[in-house]
Design a protein. Sequence first.
Length: 140
Amino acid sequence: MFGRILAIDPGGRRVGLALSDPLRIIASPYETLLIKNNEDAVVQIVGVILKEQVSEVVVGVPLRPGAEKSEQAKRVEVFIELLKGSITQPVHTIDESYSSVEAEASLHQMGKKVGDDKGAVDRIAAALILKQYLQENQGS
């Protein structure tokens, strides 16, 4: 299958986005949205989906060991339902429990301070979510 995949790292005030290339080989940080609420996030994301001709969406959900869902995971599920009701593209989920920690480590390795661009963590986390999704779905 071909077509761009949009990865979303949802947060309370910022939403990190990453895009694949049309051949679904490369995951690249795209942008960080500043949002007021879920509805605002969905409106902005729909704009990106249309602009970039996205054919699938993957959303990172923070899962934790055990059966109990965190409050953040519950908030993300509400966001996902709102998103699904606003687009026709398939929406997939993937565990993103440590993507922000990995993103911060990547920035530190590049010699950058997280405080200089807080949105960078969100964009890189979304790219890590997308990279994981692409690796898990190669050849499908």
